[in-house]
Design a protein around this ligand. Structure first.
Ligand code: DGL
Length: 274
């Protein structure tokens, strides 16, 4: 039985989804959260899509078996490749799904002045065409410039230091966006808001960066209120963290990015059927 006392479950391949969780903690602090970083399978951006869909189906089932009132796909690649399968599995548990691609496309389409929108994302996300379709669906006849940035999420996930090589990598990814004159850039990977200052510096003040977290938190609020599952009151909720890879590397990087203690991070193991 699904009721308002259950947590909101969310997952990502790693620490990227924390940018979504952060916005949720700001907008909906009274809710309980359950976060899974599928670090054993990181990076999703380069995995075979069929394998990823099997993995996503398993993760959604495991999370919802624990009991949750809503499933948030806090990962653009998982949304682009596996939103449909996630919805199919969640439907069996009677749970609604909030993905990350559509809310960002809506904002980008609304705020661009020159109609040129960039998308910086993983290889799988770009190849899926999910953002292109979502932006086209906005009906503004936008020019969409997509750039795959396969090395950026691993750099962030490892918690590496910014050096000249990092800057050269980021400048390389931004070059086609600058050349195309985009005035709006969708950070199409939930890891990327964690390096927004670097990207803003390279692209300049006039390019607006669109992160997913804020819009997704608003979508979560609407969905919970719409289904009568929002939690009332002023008490702060709880949060629980799980990862599928080593606990210490996840915990260190996640604590730094979220800027709060995570409590005990627990490791869970999933074996995906072949
Ligand atoms: N955070 C994931 C996303 O939003 C990507 C990182 C990965 O490649 O696993 O796309």
């Amino acid at each position: 039985m699904i009721d308002a006392s259950l947590p909101v479950a969310m997952f990502d391949s790693g620490v990227g989804g924390l940018t979504v969780l952060h916005e949720c903690l700001v907008a909906l602090p009274q809710e309980d959260y359950l976060y899974l970083g599928d670090t054993a399978m990181f990076p999703y951006g380069e995995r075979d899509p069929a394998e990823l869909r099997r993995r996503i189906a398993l993760i959604v089932a495991k999370l919802l078996e624990r009991g949750a009132k809503l499933l948030v796909i806090a990962c653009n690649t998982a949304t682009a490749i596996g939103e449909e399968v996630a919805r199919e599995v969640a439907a069996k548990y009677g749970v609604e799904v909030v993905p990350v691609v559509a809310p960002q496309a809506e904002i980008a389409a609304a705020i661009t002045d020159n109609g040129r929108v960039g998308v910086l994302a993983t290889t799988n996300t770009v190849e899926s065409g999910a953002y292109r379709r979502a932006l086209e669906a906005e009906g503004r006849g936008l020019d969409v410039i997509e750039v795959a940035a396969p090395r950026l999420a691993p750099f962030i996930q490892e918690g590496s230091l910014f050096d000249e090589e990092t800057m050269a990598m980021a400048r390389g990814y931004c070059a086609p966006l600058r050349k195309a004159g985009v005035d709006t850039l969708i950070l199409g990977c939930t890891h990327f808001p964690l390096v927004a200052p670097m990207l803003q510096r390279i692209l300049g003040r006039n390019v607006r960066l669109v992160s997913g977290g804020h819009a997704v938190a608003a979508a979560i609020q609407r969905t919970l209120e719409g289904s009568g599952l929002a939690r009332e009151g002023d008490d702060e909720g709880t949060y629980e963290f799980f990862c599928t890879g080593p606990v210490s590397s996840f915990g260190d990087v996640a604590t730094r990015f979220l800027q709060m203690p995570l409590g005990e991070v627990r490791q869970v193991e999933f074996t995906v059927p072949a």
